[in-house]
Design a protein around this ligand. Structure first.
Ligand code: B3K
Ligand code: ZN
Length: 884
């Protein structure tokens, strides 16, 4: 039984903002002329605005502003006295006579970026000034109509000490650079494209630059610049190559060209998110820029390629066409994630890319959609918009776009996108306008499909199969349900991409229906319960459903081990091959958990081992795919299939299965390890695929428990010339107690202590360790001189990795894991509320655990809700986590 928890008595509840209350702005801003005088004590911002009336009856102009000290306000050149305006903690209200249509304002404010620990607005990172304005950070710089439907043309002058800040950047093109009579440097930038304030950026610092160029299809020469802290110039190659590839790809795939003469990227060490698409001046977390084989893993390289692409693609999907209001966030984020996923699939192995994308969705978005923080990709209300940069808005949002792509097909999708760009360029629009453009451009009706935008929860699909040997007819019946949708449940339009396999595993050609003559089709599954009939079959086929994960649903299909093993070995669709293997392995682990054995020995059926052996010996497969196919589903994946999660049992059984697989195929793993380490990678595959398979083999060898493989890992670590192999060796030994392990961790730290991104990995590996001392080790690491709560990457590397990557110790029955987390949330609540709020979600999963853990987890949420000066960010997350 669930316990009932008393309501927390937080003082004033922050206001909720609703989509239904959207109203156009009363006034618009045509131009912004900003002068920012950077100082060590304070920074002075002078903002000159040209405004125009948008509502003929409005008598008051209300500008957003937070953490500002107001110095003066002039209206049409006339200095206002304090009784002529009203400034509060969040607003500046000014009366405007109804006869006034166009007018100007000059507002002077003072701010202290060096004291800004929230990393919103203008702040300092390692001595350099930088900004983060999305979603509502511009109001931390000056008073403004800080909402995305107010689009203005910006001219920005930065003034400061040219010795300390030789590089001064803002959006658009450089207009002027001079030394003022007082010795200070003054630099002016002008951005000709109207933009919302959230895309404003300013950077000033002593930075090095790496340059390149790109010529667009129509012949525009674009200067490309990546700015980094000095000493990092040699780690920009991959980012630069990725940028050029992205620019070319967007021209070829979507016909979209870059629209300024310069494109700049700045890498900063202190950043709340991954990166930010400010017009012409992207600001990046250095994690997504800096890389060399010695310092970054293959996964880091992939991450850089996709984030560089993502931010670049925003130039059209986000910047040229932006969001009317923040409820439309998925308009730009879902679409841009879809575009970056398409790009990465084109640059790398498409099947492996899809597997990785779906793994991410299932790991982060499915639990969100099934828990108290579930929301549709277009939320209908929020307290703090920064809490809605979620896996749902981003990753599920991308799946929704992918489904439109699947339903329309490549050609019609492109027609729809072309119309969208043509119709809405320069506008701030809604998801409804996006779907209409896709509909009008393609001629495909998306009326029912629109429900995906407003429905929370992951649809579950039940499957019933009938085969009549007399008629040769196979009838597939699917039924969709969605617990989260509750009363608003209406069937969704789900694209069902599928094929049938005969008893030999050959693809069956459809003899009737819409895909007659083909072996695969996309069927419209749009009723609650719906049947699809196939005829002309000589035996019962095996259905391969939702190929390529054609819809973000949970397939609830009971299948025998044999049937899953068959698909694992034979399916024509590589994604479904992988998925069948994962389903099979999960089934086996779950069965073993139920049949608790004294010594937790997992029973691995022959069907599973045979299929495993088949994949192991198939040398035709892409090595990266083989590695994914031979990796057991993660502990959290398995957890999602248990009504009440038993973290310890999952871990024990899964580890035992790994050991058995290691021992059973020991010779194969050794052979594979040596082949991948010594023989050349097949010509059509990247080196990284060999490393991935080699390190998968290494993990299984270590899992055997034999000492010789500890030596193998240690040797790999010592000889390694690349970060991928070093981290794989460390990761393979992180769970054991052995002098070699301690030596390796010490050597690694000693060697790399000056490189923050590499030290982050050192924290992460230890946070995910499975040794009995893990909790004590983490507490010790929090006292380590290199640990700080102030740097988001460092915080995520230890605490984020622990809470989301170490289920056994995070859920330790002592409750110590929960207390570590809530301690961090309390400490961050005021200094960086955005990050603090992001850490609440793991506690929000409390209903998924046993009664004791439920009590411990919810007690921490209670404690958080009672914090003095609770930020709106944390309040919203903790309150929903406890009470929804
Ligand atoms: N648009 C930014 C995210 C901004 C986060 C604000 N809290 C990065 C991106 O999605 O490209
Ligand atoms: Zn984005």
């Amino acid at each position: 039984m669930l316990k009932v928890f008393p309501l927390s008595q937080s003082s004033a509840k922050p206001a909720t903002i609703y989509l239904k209350d959207y109203k156009e702005p009363d006034f618009l801003i045509k131009t912004v002329d900003l002068t920012v005088e950077l100082g060590e004590e304070e920074t002075i911002v002078t903002s000159r605005l040209e405004l125009t009336r948008n509502d003929e009856n409005a008598t008051k102009l209300s500008l957003n502003g937070e953490h500002l000290t107001l110095q003066s306000v002039k209206m049409d050149g006339h200095m206002l006295t304090p009784d002529e305006y009203n400034a509060t903690d969040e607003w500046l209200h000014l009366p405007v006579a109804t006869v006034t249509t166009d007018f100007s304002l000059e507002i002077v404010t003072r701010i202290k970026p060096q004291e800004n620990t929230a990393l919103e607005g203008l702040y300092k990172s390692n001595g350099n000034f930088c900004t983060q304005c999305e979603a509502e950070g511009f109001r931390w710089i000056t008073y403004f109509l800080d909402r995305p439907d107010v689009m203005a043309i910006y001219t920005t002058t930065i003034i400061g000490d040219g010795e300390l800040y030789p590089v001064m950047l803002s959006n658009g093109n450089l207009m002027q650079q001079e030394t003022l009579p007082d010795g200070r440097q003054s630099v002016t930038w002008h951005d000709p494209h109207p933009k919302p304030s959230y895309l404003f950026a300013l950077v000033a610092g002593n930075l090095a630059v790496v340059e390149d160029k790109f010529t667009t299809r129509s012949g525009r020469n674009v200067k490309l610049q990546i700015f980094v802290e000095k000493g990092n110039e040699d780690k920009c190659d991959h980012a630069m190559t990725s940028l050029k590839k992205s620019m070319k790809w967007d021209e070829e795939k979507y016909g979209r060209e870059y629209d300024l003469d310069i494109f700049m990227i700045v890498a900063v060490s202190d950043f709340n998110m991954g990166a930010m698409e400010n017009k012409g001046l992207n600001v990046f977390n250095s994690k997504y820029v800096l890389a060399s084989p010695e310092t970054a893993t293959d996964a880091d390289f992939d991450g850089i390629e996709s984030v560089i692409a993502h931010e670049y693609f925003h130039n059209w999907t986000g910047n040229r066409i932006t969001c009317r209001d923040w409820f439309q966030l998925t308009l730009k984020e879902g679409l841009t994630v879809f575009r970056d996923q398409q790009f990465s699939a084109d640059m790398n192995s498409a099947a492996v890319q899809r597997i990785d994308d779906v793994q991410r969705l299932r790991a982060a978005q499915f639990p969100e959609d099934g828990g108290p923080l579930a929301h549709p990709i277009q939320p209908q209300s929020y307290v703090e918009i920064n809490n809605f940069y979620t896996a749902t808005v981003y990753e599920k949002g991308a799946e929704v776009i992918r489904m439109i792509h699947t339903l329309l097909g490549e050609e019609k999708f492109r027609k729809g996108m072309d119309l969208y760009f043509e119709r809405h360029d320069g506008q701030a629009v809604t998801t409804e306008e996006f779907v209409s453009a896709l509909e009008d451009g393609s001629g495909v009706d998306l009326t029912q499909f629109r429900r995906w935008y407003v429905t929370p929860g992951t649809p579950e699909i039940m499957v019933d199969e009938r085969f009549d040997p007399k008629t040769g007819q196979y009838k597939l019946t699917l039924e969709q349900s969605n617990l989260k949708a509750g009363e608003i449940f209406k069937p969704l339009h789900i694209p069902l991409q599928m094929g049938l396999l005969d008893e030999k595993g050959q693809a069956v050609t459809f003899t009737d229906g819409p895909f007659k003559g083909q072996t695969e089709g996309v069927f419209d599954f749009n009723k609650k319960r719906q049947s699809f009939t196939f005829s002309g079959l000589s035996s019962q086929p095996k259905a391969s459903l939702f190929r390529g994960f054609s819809a973000p649903v949970k397939l609830r299909q009971t299948m025998s081990d044999d049937a899953l093993a068959f698909l694992f070995a034979k399916d024509q669709d590589l994604f479904n091959r992988w998925d069948a293997g994962q389903r099979l392995a999960s089934n086996i682990i779950l069965k073993n958990i139920e049949a608790v054995d004294e010594d937790d020995t997992a029973i691995l059926p022959a069907a599973f081992l045979d299929a495993f052996a088949e994949i192991l010996s198939d040398t035709e497969l892409d090595r990266a795919f083989t590695a994914s196919a031979l990796t057991l589903p993660g502990e959290q994946d398995i957890a999602q299939r248990m009504p009440i999660v038993d973290v310890d049992a999952i871990h024990k059984v899964r580890e035992n299965a790994r050991q058995q697989i290691g021992l059973t195929f020991e010779e194969n793993w050794r052979k594979l390890y040596n082949e991948c380490a010594n023989a050349p990678t097949p010509a059509n595959q990247p080196e990284s695929s060999s490393r991935k398979l080699k390190n998968t083999a290494l993990r299984y060898l270590i899992a055997t428990g034999r000492e010789e493989y500890i030596t193998l890992a240690a040797t790999q670590f010592r000889k390694s010339t690349n970060m991928t192999d070093s981290v794989a060796a460390l990761s393979g030994l992180k769970d054991i107690t052995h002098p070699v392990r301690d030596e390796m961790f010490a050597d690694y730290y000693e060697k790399w202590q000056k490189d923050a991104l590499i030290v982050d990995k050192w924290f992460t590996l230890q946070a995910m360790s499975m040794r009995e001392s893990t909790i004590a080790d983490i507490k010790k690491l929090m006292e380590h001189p290199a640990f700080t709560l102030r740097n988001p990457n460092r915080l995520r590397s230890l605490i984020g990795a622990f809470t989301s990557g170490n289920p056994v110790y995070f859920h330790d029955k002592s409750g110590e894991g929960y207390r570590i987390l809530s301690g961090v949330i309390s400490a961050m609540n005021k200094t960086n509320p955005q990050i603090a709020a992001r850490f609440v979600a793991p506690l929000g999963q409390w209903r998924r655990y046993d009664e004791d853990r439920q009590a411990l987890m919810s007690a921490e949420l209670e404690k958080i809700l009672k914090l003095p000066d609770l930020s709106d960010h944390v309040y919203e997350m903790a309150n929903k986590s406890l009470h929804n």
